[in-house]
Design a protein around this ligand. Structure first.
Ligand SMILES: Cc1ncc(COP(=O)(O)O)c(C=O)c1O
Length: 478
């Protein structure tokens, strides 16, 4: 097997060779190239495909691959300044309340620079993903009869059934809509349940993707503080009254970023506050699969009596960010609204991906993977907490949750700005996330989020914390 550095070498070698060919000259056959480089057929095909994408070769079916004719050069830089006016001028442009800002999400999804320890990503490291089981599931899914036919827009029946059973006793399969991951489900939900200009209640702090989705839908996120037991119910009731919001978005289990779980005694008051306001509760159950082994409270949708809870359950965190499959559960007219929004946006989620998810969750590898993931996350969390105590005792670990993949750290009051701390950490070779973007308005203090699942190993977590401490000292902190 050739690794990616070898395939890059092959590509470079072939590129240099092809550039010396006159136009129309045929390249050696794939078989010859396989022999020459001692590489797999797949590696050679990928190199040829890359050359074709660069415009250096043309593949002629049945004849071979040939040096391509020179194409007209792309203009260097385009003058796109007209777009600034077109995208922002009113009327005819976007309403002033609509804001497209994905900076915090792009920071989440950044590719770490070589050598940097990633303690920022919202997804477990690839070594914690069930790669083997996913590949087998994907191969089996591709061989299923009708794999490439169009699925029902709501999702394939077997997957809707599996989600309904797995979520609990409350939903029936007809309440389940298959979406392309949790973010897509959130976007679809916010756009469907609230009108532009309306307020939407969010936990404070909360996942920046909720804030970005709300603002892009023209909604006004109104923060409601959380403590170690989840949202502060008395403030929630007040926020419903003062804002007129018809939607409250929450993560009752291992909340991002605080790790808080909504306490059992707060569940009924949350639903009651929403009922009194005639509002929906959107339950983003994003890390139910990332518990660390202790028993978990049932999802809030299990307590739903009147179609108040819209439940989102994504598979990405426990599998791979690429398995963009989530269930969106809703009853009554809300389901119809969500289905309409999903059809307008995407038509449906690719069937092969749905079949892959179904193959994966039905395989014996799935429960094994979840058990080993839980054990690994628990170990990493304990290591991270210990390393923080040793190297950064001035950082307060606000909560040690029994699940999830991250810790929420309060910086000392006299701390430099979070962005400076994050930048100095980056210079010291570790990526962490600044706390500011998790707040819909003014942050209550300075925070960092540390994701212990994103590191390549448990030892990497300890090393990352050590680098964070190095960066912290270099920025002039105590
Ligand atoms: C709270 C929360 N909800 C939803 C998502 C979206 O994840 P995905 O779209 O991969 O399901 C994330 C990602 O980090 C998250 O933290």
């Amino acid at each position: 097997m050739f690794d990616s550095s070898s395939s890059e070498k092959i590509l470079k070698d072939l590129r240099d060779e092809v550039k010396r060919y006159p136009i129309g000259v045929k390249l050696p056959s794939n078989r010859e190239l396989v022999k020459r480089y001692q590489a797999s057929a797949g590696t050679v095909s990928r190199a040829i495909a890359a050359l074709a994408a660069e415009g250096l070769v043309d593949a002629v079916p049945g004849s071979g691959v040939f040096r391509a004719r020179e194409r007209a050069k792309r203009p260097g830089t385009m003058d796109c300044s007209w777009q600034e006016v077109s995208l922002n001028a009113e009327p005819g442009g976007l309403p002033a309340t609509v804001r497209h800002d994905a900076a915090s999400l792009l920071a989440y999804l950044q590719t770490p620079p070589p050598g940097a320890m990633d303690l920022a990503s919202g997804y477990p490291h690839s070594s914690l993903q069930p790669e083997q089981a996913l590949s087998s599931a994907h191969a089996r899914a591709g061989r299923r009869p009708g794999a490439w036919t169009r699925p029902p827009v709501e999702g394939i029946a077997e997957l809707r059934e599996w989600f309904a059973r797995d979520i609990g006793s409350a939903p029936s399969p007809s309440d389940v809509l298959i979406c392309a991951g949790g973010q897509s489900a959130l976007v679809c939900t916010l756009r469907s349940l609230a009108q532009p200009g309306a307020a939407v209640l969010v936990e404070s702090p909360t996942y920046p993707g909720v804030l970005a989705a709300a603002r892009a839908a023209g909604l006004r996120p109104v923060p409601v503080p959380v403590d170690a037991d989840g949202v502060r119910v008395e403030l929630l009731a007040k926020a419903f009254t003062s804002s007129g919001a018809g939607v409250f978005v929450c993560q009752p289990l291992f909340q991002n970023p605080t790790g808080a779980t909504l306490a059992a005694e707060r569940r009924a008051p949350v639903l009651e506050a929403a009922r009194a306001a005639g509002a929906f509760v959107v339950e983003d159950d994003f890390v139910r699969r990332l518990g660390h082994g202790a028993p978990l409270l049932a999802p809030l949708v299990e307590d739903d009596q009147d179609g108040r809870v819209v439940h989102i359950h994504s598979l990405t965190k426990a599998t791979s960010p690429n398995l963009r499959i989530a269930a969106l559960v809703a009853r009554g007219a809300a389901f119809e609204r969500l289905r309409t929004a999903q059809v307008i946006d995407n038509f449906f989620v690719p069937k092969t991906l749905q079949e892959t998810a179904l193959e994966l969750v039905g395989s014996p590898a799935w429960p094994r993977h979840l058990r080993s993931l839980a054990a690994e996350l628990r170990e990493r969390k304990e290591l991270a907490v210990a390393a923080l105590g040793e190297h950064l005792p001035e950082f307060e670990v606000t909560l040690v949750p029994k699940g999830g993949y991250h810790l929420w750290l309060r910086l000392p009051e006299d701390s430099p700005a979070e962005t400076d701390v994050v930048a100095s950490a980056r210079r010291a070779g570790v990526l962490v996330t600044a706390g500011g973007p998790y707040f819909a308005s003014e942050p209550s203090a300075r925070f960092l989020r540390l994701s212990y699942a994103a590191a390549p190993s448990a030892a990497g977590v300890r090393d990352g914390v050590r680098r964070l401490a190095e960066g912290w000292r270099s920025v002039g902190a105590s």
